[in-house]
Ligand binder design. Structure first.
Ligand code: ADP
Ligand code: MG
Length: 619
């Protein structure tokens, strides 16, 4: 018995009803460093930490009040060296027991346990702080099954960011279908990932748009315990928007690069083609005029002439595609063009398509080429009408945007476009329409027209939801409409003979136009470049008129014109070009007596142009 007392790790003590120590087993000295006589006659409460003493006293009193019933308490007890030791004691009031007559207390050192508990508590609180301060949202949820199928979930625990990011409050203990009414209908795929993670235990990571919340999420999901899933997420609307804007910019850029390269290709082909057509047209029209009317030869030449004219139209369209310049820029009101267009369409379109106009009264004017704009507008409207074979509404809207800009919207309620079509819609020659119905040039030309006006054209479309084309154009204010360049009048020829210097690098043109000019009674000098033309003038030649091709290697028309003028200040010049670009227009403005000669040209038009030229009086 004594050995048990001597070697136990626990202290056994006997106290009287006041807490005075009657006996301490040897473990007390080992634990607290005090010799047995140092305890003698003292109250055990003297050794207890002042903060814990009231509690211990209270428990002691409870023990006294209930004899035979053990009471338990935790407190810090003094060590002789001044330290405090965490103790736990169980005491029983056996004062009534005649053979014991004491409160029997068994106490033990629980420092290790308290330390461990403190560590756990501390790490808990660290984690809690982390949990609530982390930027990512967190939600622990329990899946709810109905008839064996995942049907809903209940929020078990969420952190602070959960509410900050989603705007949802007081969610714990509630079902998602209750927190966000209608979410199961708006987002039918809501439970897909969660159910799979709960079933397989394999974590998943994904990005998803929740219609009901109008939020993009980036989510990691794992299964912390059976039937539950935990989601760590970020709301990424900003990033998604930035991505969307960037890819839109990229699409616009690649569209514009495509157009540029196609434009220069088309421009190059058109230029050569113009000369080929021009030479055929020139000779055919001249012969047509020479053959007796109604003869087979005359009819054949007439057919060739018509074919050439059609070819010329095609070339002009190609040039339109390459077009980065506008021929007739005037200050105009876009509303007027829209109205004109709608009147035309209303007369020619089936009744099922309703037109809705929403035009800003105070729309700022723009500087533009009305022919090109009407053409573009027409293309956009025809597309919209084509997209509504069973009827619908075509809305045309204009408004002032930020200062310096106006906007035009063409919105239809038609079939819309899937992504693949939308990506290619503006490509030249891309069409989904049957052969003979679509050319695939409508949108690319409209795009180019807007670009030439320093504006933009963008399309939004979704299958089944219609299409919205947005045109933005720079506006101008307080500017006067410009004068149009006077066209040569086609008066009857006076048959004067002129000396013509024809400058063109293309042999076909020289070989066709030369003979025709001669047939019309003129004397012609043919040269193949601006340099040769200058040589010719320096050697003393003094023509009545120079027909100067714009597009030639070397000096070209632009370089040759001023030099020609310095040698022959008054000589009239016909500047031959397939496209009346700003270059050509500027030359006609900066020099008097310079007229544009469109290419290709037929014999009678050429004659009309030459008829406006006066022969030199000294000839
Ligand atoms: P086209 O009309 O000759 O096919 P476009 O360049 O005008 O050529 O249009 C190209 C394609 O873009 C069309 O074939 C069509 O598939 C699609 N598209 C253009 N506008 C619309 C629209 N408003 N609604 C639906 N699809 C359109
Ligand atoms: Mg079209």
């Amino acid at each position: 018995m004594q050995a048990l007392l001597d070697y136990s790790w626990d202290i056994l003590s006997l106290l009287d009803g006041d807490g005075k120590l009657l006996y301490n087993s040897p473990a007390a000295q080992r634990l607290h460093g005090f010799a047995p006589e140092e305890f003698d006659g003292r109250s055990t409460f003297e050794f207890i930490h002042p903060e814990d003493a009231p509690l211990v006293a209270e428990v002691f009193q409870r023990g006294l009040a209930h004899p035979g019933v053990p009471v338990r308490v935790r407190y810090r007890y003094a060590h002789k060296d001044g330290a405090w030791i965490w103790m736990e004691a169980v005491g029983v009031n056996l004062l009534d027991n005649p053979s014991i007559s004491a409160v029997v207390v068994n106490s033990r050192d629980i420092s290790d346990r308290v330390e461990a508990e403190n560590a756990v508590r501390q790490s808990e609180s660290h984690f809690r702080a982390l949990f609530n301060n982390m930027a990512q949202g967190f939600a622990l949820c329990r899946l709810v099954f109905k008839d064996g199928v995942a049907d809903d979930f209940i929020y078990v625990e969420v952190n602070q960011s959960f509410g900050d990011q989603t705007g949802l409050k007081n969610v714990v203990g509630r079902r998602v279908s209750e927190v966000v009414p209608g979410i199961r209908e708006a987002d039918p795929d809501l439970l897909d990932h969660y159910e799979r993670v709960v079933r397989t235990g394999v974590p998943e990571r994904f990005e998803v748009y929740r219609n009901a919340l109008k939020l993009w999420f980036s989510i990691s999901v794992y299964r912390p315990m059976p039937g539950h899933f935990a989601a760590i997420f970020d709301v990424i609307n900003d990033r998604k928007q930035a991505e969307e804007e960037r890819s839109q910019l990229e699409r616009q850029l690649s569209q514009s690069q495509k157009m540029d390269s196609l434009g220069s290709l088309a421009g190059g082909v058109a230029h050569d083609m113009n000369n080929v057509l021009g030479s055929i047209l020139m000779l055919a029209s001249a012969h047509e005029a020479m053959e007796p009317p109604g003869s087979p030869a005359q009819e054949a030449f007439a057919t060739i002439t018509r074919a050439c004219q059609r070819g010329g139209d095609m070339v002009r369209r190609l040039l339109g595609l390459a077009r980065h310049d506008l021929s007739e820029v005037k200050v105009l009101n876009l509303n007027a063009l829209v109205l004109e267009e709608v009147l035309l369409l209303e007369r020619t379109t089936l009744a099922q398509v309703r037109f809705s106009l929403d035009l800003a009264d105070d729309l700022r004017p723009i500087r533009g080429d009305s022919t090109a704009l009407i053409h573009a507008l027409m293309n956009l409207c025809v597309n919209a009408i084509d997209a509504m074979p069973h009827g619908g509404t075509l809305t045309l809207r204009t408004r002032n945007a930020e200062p310096g800009w106006i906007e035009l919207e063409i919105v239809d309620s038609g079939i819309g476009m899937p992504r693949e079509v939308l990506d290619k819609a503006m490509d030249p020659f891309f069409t989904t329409k049957s052969h003979g119905k679509g050319t695939g040039l409508g949108l690319s030309m409209a795009y180019n027209t807007m670009k030439a006006h320093r504006g933009t054209l963008t399309i939004q479309s979704e299958t089944g939801k219609g299409t919205r084309v947005l045109v933005r154009l720079p506006s101008c204010e307080g500017e006067e409409p410009e004068d149009e360049a006077p066209a040569p009048s086609k008066q009857e020829g006076n048959g004067r003979s002129l000396e013509v210097l024809l400058v063109d690098d293309d042999e076909l043109i020289r070989d066709s136009m030369g003979p025709v000019l001669r047939a019309q009674g003129h004397r012609v000098v043919l040269v193949g470049s601006g340099e040769e033309a200058l040589d010719c003038l320096k050697r003393g030649s003094s023509p009545d008129v120079v027909i100067l091709d714009m597009n030639m290697p070397g000096l070209g028309g632009r370089g040759a014109l001023p030099r020609i003028r310095s040698l022959q200040p008054d000589v009239p010049v016909l500047l031959a070009t397939g496209r009346a670009g700003p270059d050509a227009l500027e030359l006609t403005r900066s020099f008097t007596g310079v007229t544009l000669l469109p290419k290709p040209i037929n014999a009678s038009d050429l004659k009309a142009y030459l008829d406006t030229i006066e022969a030199k009086p000294d000839r």
